[in-house]
Write a protein that binds this ligand. Structure first.
Ligand SMILES: *[C@@H]1O[C@H](CO)[C@@H](O)[C@H](O)[C@H]1NC(C)=O
Ligand SMILES: *[C@@H]1O[C@H](CO)[C@@H](O)[C@H](O)[C@H]1NC(C)=O
Ligand SMILES: *[C@@H]1O[C@H](CO)[C@@H](O)[C@H](O)[C@H]1NC(C)=O
Length: 374
């Protein structure tokens, strides 16, 4: 069969035109699909292209002393999860290197921030470390929530449940309540921080991007904390030990228990908060020796304590009572009564490993769900 000869020039132009047309067509199709996908996601249907569409991410921000002793628990939690829904950042003391020798979870490799600082527990340096973590995490425009976690903290549910719970509201989760009776408010902070904006709350907060940016940009409240909160002469978490008798001359405001809640109150943003923490801490009342809560310290669960009953009892909590405000928070998610806590601390490594072995945490995905992500 003989073909009509076409001049090479014409052929080239023809090809060129076809190419442009194809590119436009593909582009059009793709943007239509993206648009459709966005619509679908908005109405709650599952995404048509989970692998193409970038989901909003939760940044998990770990404040660690050195290594992450519970890395294998978190490994199980992130396992099989499509990595477009989370990111990880770790702040460990300067000089410590998180590598294949110090963690057995690939999720933590290369996730250490490179400008970490030495933290003196109970001093404003703790806030500084939180700001460093936020600065790194904010560089990723897809990070929409910022969850602070300690190195002794475990997840109580699987990733998808955790993700949906956190993303289902446009608020931050910040434990926040009025508290002036412990004398941690330093009157020298007035009038920059008036006493009626002084708040207390757990440092284990989950922030929206807006609130994370406010913290990183804050040039008013943080300097007040740096100036007026003096370090306590304790090498560890001060709360882990009884308060020494000779601390009367030091004014300790425990910055990490007050900063975020106070800053957001100061900015008039409490309406954008779910005012509770998603991290459970058990406080040991028996060690309280009279002086308000100063003698309290968080319970560390050891191997023998780590039972499915313990985990269930934490998961069963559905309300929190705030004594100073006579406020009871009934925990809800998506408008329905829900467990209050997604995470819990403090667990030793053997305790956490035992729970993992017993499958008591419910962090693993069900086998059937693997087919979606592989
Ligand atoms: C530290 O990390 C940041 C963010 O990932 C990067 O931009 C910067 O270049 C790094 N600095 C050094 C000294 O490696
Ligand atoms: C977990 O289970 C494995 C095997 O089933 C066992 O070798 C390991 O010692 C267990 N670890 C703990 C902490 O119970
Ligand atoms: C995750 O956990 C929730 C609540 O425990 C459960 O209903 C759901 O089936 C689990 N999802 C997967 C993918 O395993």
């Amino acid at each position: 069969m003989k073909r009509k000869p076409i001049s090479p020039k014409l052929l080239l132009r023809h090809k060129w035109k076809t190419k442009i047309f194809a590119v436009i067509l593909v582009g059009f199709c793709f943007s239509t699909l993206l648009l459709m996908d966005a619509q679908y996601s908005r109405i709650g249907a599952s995404s048509l292209f989970p692998q193409f569409v970038q989901k909003p991410k939760i940044a998990f921000l770990f404040l660690a002393r050195n290594r992450l002793p519970l890395d294998l628990v978190w490994d199980e939690f992130f396992q099989g999860e499509n990595e477009n829904r989370f990111s990880i950042y770790v702040h460990s003391r300067p000089g410590f290197l998180l590598n294949r020798l110090t963690t057995r979870s690939r999720y933590f490799l290369d996730r250490q921030v490179n400008n970490s600082i030495q933290i003196y527990w109970g001093e404003a340096s703790m806030i500084q470390a939180e700001i460093i973590l936020l600065q790194h995490a904010l560089m990723d425009p897809f990070n929409e929530r910022f969850a602070f976690l300690s190195d002794s903290c475990i997840p109580l549910y699987n990733f998808s449940y955790t993700y949906d719970y956190i993303m289902s509201t446009s608020t931050s989760f910040v434990d926040s309540f009025a508290d002036t009776k412990e004398g941690r408010y330093n009157p020298k902070m007035d009038p920059v921080i008036p006493v009626n904006n002084w708040r207390k709350g757990s440092q284990w907060v989950i922030l929206t991007r807006k609130h994370a940016e406010i913290i990183v940009k804050d040039e008013v409240v943080f300097p007040m904390f740096q100036q007026h909160c003096q370090r306590k002469s304790l090498p560890e978490f001060w709360r882990d030990r009884p308060v020494p008798a000779d601390n009367s001359k030091e004014h300790n405001c425990i910055p990490d228990e007050h900063y975020v809640a106070t800053l957001l109150a100061q900015k008039g943003l409490e309406g954008e908060l779910t005012r509770r923490s998603l991290t459970h801490t058990s406080w040991d009342i028996s060690s309280s020796k009279g002086r308000e809560r100063q003698g309290w310290h968080p319970v560390t669960y050891k191997l023998a304590d780590a039972t499915p009953m313990l985990i269930q009892s934490i998961k069963d909590i559905d309300n929190i009572y705030y004594e100073t405000e006579y406020r009871r928070e009934w925990c809800t998610s998506k408008g329905k009564p829900s467990p209050c806590f997604l995470f819990a601390r403090k667990f030793t490594r053997p305790a956490a490993m035992r729970l993992l072995n017993m499958s008591a945490l419910g962090v693993s995905k069900e086998a059937s769900s693997y087919s979606f992500t592989s």
